[in-house]
Design a protein around this ligand. Structure first.
Ligand code: BJW
Length: 244
């Protein structure tokens, strides 16, 4: 499916494109999304059991093992054609990549990421004193159900740099994201359900200013009724069409 002519014209005239990506962006690299009923990351786990400070405080070994499995998977997979297309687009446009993903696939494809609004899986820090941790991450081939996290010099457990539910987004990352969505000429929203706030509100910063927002998603999302155009398809199918 291709874009209507008026949007194609707006796309080619745009100088600054903001791109908000979600888990669907990395799905074709082999990273499961969160909310897919069949094989989503949370099909087998209750997020509230794992993705909160309280869960980590109560069961650090269980939560750490879960994130080690994620880190192992992400190290094994590669950026897909969608990631590569966004990196290529930045060769001739200003592209502000805002991602909810905690993987590093945009960077490995060659994109400079403006904002990781939900943090980064590999940005470890101390759960108690918040000091960044630069130790060597040891990932056993077979990861047991529970693994003790490494410890900081202060004695606190090391945690992944992900934004868990109930935690504030990194203020600078969110401010930069709002700024890019408010000042771009066109916005792409790729592979997100739009359910999680405040990231799901970012497309409205563009829409409220009359900026066209194009959603790339094989399925309808919470955002589909509001965007300017739903470009139905997957990230790896659709995004390479931007640079052909
Ligand atoms: C494809 C595809 C392909 C498939 N190509 N597409 C306002 C109202 C109600 C609640 C709240 C609110 N404001 C805040 C909240 C609470 C909460 C929240 O949003 N809850 C909702 C569940 C309702 N938000 C927070 O707690 C946030 N913090 C906050 O607001 O702080 C202020 C505050 C503090 C204290 C009290 C109150 C406020 C923090 C949110 C942190 C989110 N963190 C997570 C990670 C958890 C840990 C982990 O990684 O394990 O981030 S949650 C998870 O969801 C992850 C994702 O980044 C995020 C978004 O998911 P995403 O990317 O949209 O994925 P899916 O799976 O949902 O969708 C995939 C999409 O891809 C689908 O549409 C598919 O169709 C599509 N797709 N294949 C293209 N190939």
């Amino acid at each position: 499916m291709s874009l209507p002519d008026d949007l194609l014209a707006q796309l080619s005239a745009a100088n600054h494109i903001a791109v908000l990506t979600g888990a669907g962006m990395s799905a074709e690299s082999g990273v499961p999304t969160f909310r897919d009923v069949q094989d989503g990351l949370w099909a087998k786990y209750d997020p509230m059991t794992l993705a909160t400070e309280e869960a980590f405080a109560e069961e650090p070994d269980l939560v750490w093992a879960w994130y080690l499995r994620r880190a192992q998977l992400i190290r094994q997979v590669q950026p897909n054609a969608g990631h590569r297309a966004l990196a290529e687009l930045a060769e001739f446009k200003q592209v502000s990549v805002i991602t909810q993903n905690v993987d590093d696939l945009h960077e490995r494809a060659g994109s400079e990421v403006l904002s990781h609004v939900h943090g980064g899986l590999f940005d470890y820090r101390c759960f108690d004193c918040a000091k960044p941790w630069s130790g060597e991450l040891e990932i056993p081939q077979e990861i047991p159900e529970r693994v003790s996290p490494p410890k900081c010099a202060c004695g606190g457990w090391i945690r992944p740099g992900i934004v868990w539910f109930g935690e504030m987004l990194p203020p600078r990352a969110f401010e930069d994201a709002v700024d890019a969505c408010s000042t771009c000429d066109l916005m792409l929203v790729v592979g997100t359900s739009g359910i999680v706030q405040p990231a799901g509100s970012l497309p409205f910063a563009a829409l409220e200013r009359g900026t066209p927002v194009i959603e790339v998603n094989p399925e309808e999302s919470r955002l589909t009724d509001y965007v300017t155009h739903w470009w139905q398809g997957t990230a790896a199918e659709v995004l390479p069409q931007l640079v052909r």
